[in-house]
Design a protein around this ligand. Sequence first.
Ligand code: COA
Ligand code: AMP
Ligand code: ZN
Length: 432
Amino acid sequence: MYWEKSIETMKRAKLQELQLNRLKETIGRTKKSFYYGKLFKEKKLGISAIKKLKDIEKFPFTTKDDLREHWPYGFIAVPKEELVRMHSSSGTTGRATVVFHTIKDIAVWSNLLARCMYMTGMRKRDVFQNMMSYGLFTGGLGFHYGAEKIGALIIPAGAGNSKRQIQLMRDFGTTVIHVIPSYALHLSTVFEELKINSRRDTKVKMAFLGAEPHTEKMRKKIEDIYGYKAFNSYGLSEMNGPGVAFECPEQNGMHIWEDSFLVEIINPKTLQPVADGEEGELVMTSLQREGMPLIRYRTKDLTRIIPGTCPCGRIHRRIERIKGRTDDMIILKGVNIFPMQVEKKLMEIPGVGTNFLIILDREEFNDMMTVKVEVDKKYFSGEIKQMETLRKKIVEELKNEILVTPKVDLVEPDSIPKGEGKVVRVVDNRKE
Ligand code: COA
Ligand code: AMP
Ligand code: ZN
């Protein structure tokens, strides 16, 4: 049973007491890492700085850049042999964000996910089809372990191969799926193509939608097409992955598991806390992690705490669905991409000129990225065959780097407008 009543409905004061104890333990653990050990020494910080939860504000923020600069092991807080799992988000270059887990971390994470799924009504009798990528992405293995704790029958389908996904759903009577929202829409066109009625011919009654921003309108659209209930699932690799915040049956904001994460919402410009209920950047401190605990991690995700209590009785506060990012990270097909990755890769390819533009489109429920690439002046008058070779090389190199396949259009030198001031690198035309 994964309704942890004592934790999920405990009195706020008790929860805060638990958070304070776990925060102190976390500070004690983090200082064993190379990064925090050095930082705390310089800033004369340690457990004694924490008397109340608000004292977290004495500690500096941690950013993705800090993680990258101390890649790969600068943040681990246990001897390396205690680590049992690594995950990584976005990018394949040497500076991708990597996160490490001990066996206990995996158990705690799985438990959090089991709690999320149980909260929505998933049970042991369910057949759970996980349509997220397994491997380095956290969505595959993370949900897998959580569903296993509940005892459901798991179909570890992974991403892609849409016809097979539908076949699996029908053959084995899938009742719950985990899917990226844009892919749920795309899959509906494959159902149509196959002339299979997704409402009548499958038993799916519930979907967990995650890894990608989506609006309430998009959720409704997915629910209308399929006739199942769709729950928003939020997480990030740096805080385990999914299982950070999840919707309950009320479908009105995501409960953020405060026994595991200390939450702050800050103004991304002033870096000061915003007033209760106001929108800002979500900042989190892990409260249970051993392998790679993080203090005041700036998620760059914009949200707000929904004021008031939830009718479901859970005490853990709710965050609103993610409104956007404070950085230029793009999420396409559930994969995180930084324009800088595209730029770096392009600049390494002989024949590529000085400018490029990323265009994101959603056509007939198909998300895609087109990269317009200016060709080097010396190269441009080359033969068509030579151009095609260059184009294919760019597609291949970019796919290896960003993990999705872009469409590449080669264009004349100096044909992409440079614009005034900040260069525009991304045009996002995706609409629901
Ligand atoms: N989730 C699952 N499958 C997806 C998908 C998504 N977000 N986006 C596309 N697909 C399917 C396509 O429909 C296609 O299926 P088909 O074989 O039936 O035609 C197949 O994956 C390949 O799609 P394509 O668009 O050609 O691939 P790509 O090279 O651009 O991207 C993916 C490859 C889909 C494997 C990659 O984008 C991916 O792994 N996405 C999921 C990431 C994820 O799990 N994130 C969770 C983070 S926690
Ligand atoms: P990753 O580390 O690859 O798991 O990516 C984490 C990022 O994906 C988060 O910081 C968010 O920007 C985004 N994300 C994950 N889940 C959601 C969600 N439910 N809604 C909006 N964005 C999400
Ligand atoms: Zn609730």
